[in-house]
Write a protein that binds this ligand. Structure first.
Ligand code: WTA
Length: 695
């Protein structure tokens, strides 16, 4: 039994060694039979009814498809790609890659020479194939009680009007557009309009500060910035246009001026009369866009032409502009969406992520719409007017697939079951989780209380860089283990390596890497291919390095254990410690700062900042607040430190390097596990820090 069970974990190596493939088959009987269920392992089986209708109903089916995707990636992916519209089919080689820095510059190309358009595939293709009147978007505003919606043909018309407007303003293929919008229907409309005309969108999450927005504007020099005047989240009004105004002043100081700021009037949050205005630059969306024709010719692009930029935090330096191209991303997001959520045309799908993050790109906009899905978009906050709002929305739209982040699950769990159980939720059939490891207790609550023990949970591991799901359950295919992202998606070959970069087999822990490219992989960091290689391909030559730690259990299930670099994952948002430190030290009274993550009950990780003040400055509550405010202003509210720890000095080695290991232990109050402090330049620093721990 044991040997048979071990096979799944070898699936990727076996797939490259087809002669051993016969061994896989033994697994099916074992994994679906009683044997595993009666073991200590915490296995949660999908129910029979679900399995019967599942796209991938057994490990056998998965293994067949997975094996083919690894042994014959060109055949596998060109079959998938053929379901889309291509103006011209790609050239002979489906994929061409150099994944190994030792062999020269890293280069990834999929479907090169193929001519297509992702907006056409999301909209026109669905309209033409009988889905014109199907709802594409249900929109739920911040205030309960009303709603809006667009069918696929209405959405196409809206997109065309905006695309025509942008063209009229001189936007051409390859030009950048910055979008700074909350979750209005205009956000996916703007993304799709850019894609339609071959413009490259850079969506900036509307929780980023003016400084962060300016940084992104300066980096890609957009012709147009698209925003709205304000948004209401819960009972708070956030004047987004003021933030854009400030960022445009800042950008101009850095030599980048933007000609057009297209502003949507979000009337329920703020009237246009109260909005500050710069005549000549600022234009009301409602005044111009609806005047344009509702059809717009598509700009046909190469599969490898850029689709969008999305900035993400790394362990050092400024946020990196992750660049995704068109063809591979299209094929990959569509396919991962379909299989990981067991998508059926009758589904109503709601992903709570904001389009300002990758999840909103791949799994609010592109993946679902490529499948012709009905998507729910929610403007507001999940605890407004009370913590039952999510389930109210689920019942209202009869949501069948609900995809969210562990941080929301934990916070709703804390608010109590009554908020959930007072709603029916009987439409739900698949749940999803993303952004950070989901702890087993949150998993169980999500499964038992929200899903009434009926709905499989797709715990999807992936990254901004990967474009789409990499390790994820396929609901119905195999039993789940609460807290494990289970097995790799088609075409993905995860490997776990040790410090030296040697691949480890079987049951083990180490650094999570990927062996060769997949269609949705990012192609470069905008304007900095060298950093692309240094960050992702040089740490373990021959592999893509994810920055995550991971273990694989005896049954081959993958368990993500969090970032192994200096990136903190706060409520599923990646924040570089260096970014927070640099914001803190810009405060005139801060001499030095060191930031680490610590375990946080709701957010997963919180931000813990050790701050050394300029000589002679006394500690005070006021100063604490002002330091936090500095970070909010420079990055955004979501990056505000949870804790400021006064530090007369920081633990450094003799060569001046801060020993974060010790700081992490102090932050988590594991004071008896500080380890060897004798190599510090001044070991007494540690005593002082412990003394000041709760001050
Ligand atoms: C973490 C979000 C465990 C991980 C899609 C990764 C996860 C980072 C999971 C990427 C998951 C994401 N289980 N950890 N299911 N999903 N992560 O770029 O540390 O915002 O490296 O992409 O989130 O964050 P990003």
């Amino acid at each position: 039994l044991k040997t048979t069970k071990n096979h799944l974990r070898h699936v990727d190596s076996m797939s490259t060694l087809p002669s051993r493939a016969g061994k896989i088959t033994g697994l099916n009987a074992v994994i679906l039979g009683e044997a595993l269920a009666s073991e200590e392992d915490d296995l949660v089986f999908p129910n029979d009814e679900f399995v019967r209708q599942a796209l991938v109903p057994s490990p056998k089916k998965y293994l067949e498809m997975y094996k083919r995707s690894i042994e014959d990636p060109a055949g596998f992916w060109s079959d998938v790609a053929s379901q889309f519209y291509w103006k011209r089919r790609w050239a002979e080689s489906v994929v061409s890659e150099n994944f190994d820095v030792r062999n020269g510059s890293v280069k990834i190309e999929w479907f090169k020479g193929g001519i297509t358009n992702i907006c056409y595939n999301c909209l026109d293709r669905n309209v033409e194939s009988g889905n014109a009147d199907k709802i594409a978007i249900y929109w739920e505003p911040n205030e309960p009680g009303s709603q809006d919606s667009l069918t696929y043909s209405q959405l196409l018309q809206r997109v065309c009007q905006l695309a025509n407007y942008l063209k009229d303003k001189g936007v051409r293929k390859g030009d950048a557009i910055v979008i700074y919008l909350p979750m209005l229907m205009e956000l996916p409309i703007a993304m799709l309009a850019c894609a339609r005309i071959g413009a490259v969108h850079s969506v900036v999450f509307a929780g980023f500060s003016a400084d962060s927005l300016a940084q992104r504007i300066v980096d890609c020099k957009p012709k147009v910035v698209i925003t709205c005047n304000a948004v209401k989240r819960g009972s708070k009004v956030i004047p987004l246009k003021d933030i854009v105004d400030a960022s445009l002043i800042e950008s101009a100081k850095n030599g980048v001026s933007v000609d057009v700021c297209l502003t949507y009037e979000n009337e329920s949050a703020m009237k246009r009369e109260s909005t500050k205005w710069q005549v000549g630059r600022d234009v009301w969306w409602q005044d111009v866009v609806p005047k344009y024709p509702t059809t717009c010719e598509v700009e046909w692009v190469d599969a490898e032409d850029p689709l969008f930029l999305l900035y993400t935090s790394g362990s050092t330096g400024k946020p990196k502009g992750v660049l995704h191209t068109t063809g591979g991303y299209m094929v990959y997001t569509a396919t991962t969406f379909k299989y990981a959520f067991d998508y059926k045309p009758s589904d109503i799908y709601w992903c709570t992520a904001d389009c300002g993050w990758i999840t909103g790109h791949s799994y609010v906009t592109y993946g679902p719409m490529l499948n012709g899905a009905t998507v729910v978009i929610f403007e507001g906050a999940p605890n407004y007017p009370d913590p039952g709002r999510s389930w109210d929305i689920v019942d209202k739209f009869k949501v069948t697939i609900f995809y969210t982040a562990p941080t929301l699950v934990r916070s709703l769990m804390r608010d109590g079951d009554e908020y959930v159980t007072r709603y029916s939720r009987k439409s739900l059939r698949v749940l999803g989780s993303v952004g950070e490891p989901i702890n087993p207790s949150a998993w169980r609550w999500f499964f038992n209380v929200v899903g009434d023990s009926r709905c499989p949970i797709s715990d999807t591991w992936w990254q901004t860089e990967t474009g789409g799901f990499m390790i994820t359950p396929l609901p119905g295919a195999w039993p789940q283990k609460p807290g494990s992202a289970t097995f790799p998606f088609f075409g993905v070959q995860p490997v776990i390596v040790d410090e030296k970069g040697a691949e480890i087999e079987g049951e083990c822990s180490g650094y999570l890497c990927v062996k060769s490219s997949w269609p949705g992989a990012f192609r470069t960091l905008y304007g900095d291919h060298e950093r692309y290689e240094t960050t992702y391909f040089k740490p373990f030559p021959g592999y893509y390095f994810s920055g995550d730690g991971c273990s694989r259990d005896k049954d081959g299930y993958y368990w993500l254990t969090g970032r192994v670099d200096d990136v903190i994952n706060v409520s599923g948002h990646r924040i570089g410690t260096a970014e927070v430190e640099s914001a803190l030290v810009s405060h005139p009274q801060c001499a030095e700062a060191a930031v680490v993550g610590f375990e946080h009950e709701v957010k997963g990780q919180g931000i813990y900042a050790f701050v050394t003040l300029v000589d002679g400055v006394p500690y005070s509550e006021e100063l604490r607040k002002s330091l936090i405010l500095t970070v909010r202003n420079q990055i955004g509210a979501f990056a505000a430190p949870d804790k400021i720890h006064w530090a007369p000095g920081l633990p450094k080695t003799r060569s001046g390097k801060i020993m974060r290991r010790i700081l992490r232990k102090i932050a988590s109050r594991q004071l008896d596990e500080l380890g060897d402090t004798s190599t510090l330049a001044d070991p007494s620093v540690v005593e002082q820090l412990i003394e000041l721990a709760d001050r």
